[in-house]
Design a protein. Structure first.
Length: 133
């Protein structure tokens, strides 16, 4: 029993040493992984072999990219990808507001939905433009 415990501790230490400096899992990786699993199950339901093969290869690509992101040492790039994904997810979930970009400074602006044509003033550069909400 003591030998198994030491083996598990040694394995745990090796894995933690290997993962040092690597990115690991985040919300985008979880979403990609579950998307890959869903595509695999969709491929199993397809009766046509070429479509099944294409979906299986797509799922392998998605899961391979997930593993690449998880073990990547470029943590800043992976963090930025996850941040953009979370911003997009926030916009999709927000049903009460529309999002526009300022034509001058490209700042992201959030305005209430359903107000008709309104004049929007960018708080950063004070540019005014008219958009329909």
């Amino acid at each position: 029993m003591d030998g198994i415990r030491k083996l598990i501790q040694k394995l745990s230490l090796s894995v933690s040493r290997f993962m040092t400096g690597r990115y690991g899992m985040d919300k985008l990786n979880s979403t990609l992984m579950w998307t890959g699993v869903a595509v695999v199950f969709l491929a199993l339901l397809m009766p046509w072999a070429p479509v099944r093969l294409g979906l299986t290869l797509l799922s392998y690509g998605i899961m391979g990219y997930t593993v690449f992101r998880c073990f990547s040492r470029q943590t800043y790039k992976r963090y930025q990808e996850n941040r953009r994904f979370l911003r997009l997810l926030e916009q999709v979930k927000d049903r009460d507001h529309r999002y526009y970009h300022c034509p001058r400074c490209h700042e992201r602006l959030r305005v209430p939905r359903g107000k008709g044509k309104i004049s929007i003033t960018c708080p950063k550069c004070k540019e005014k433009f008219i958009k329909k909400t």
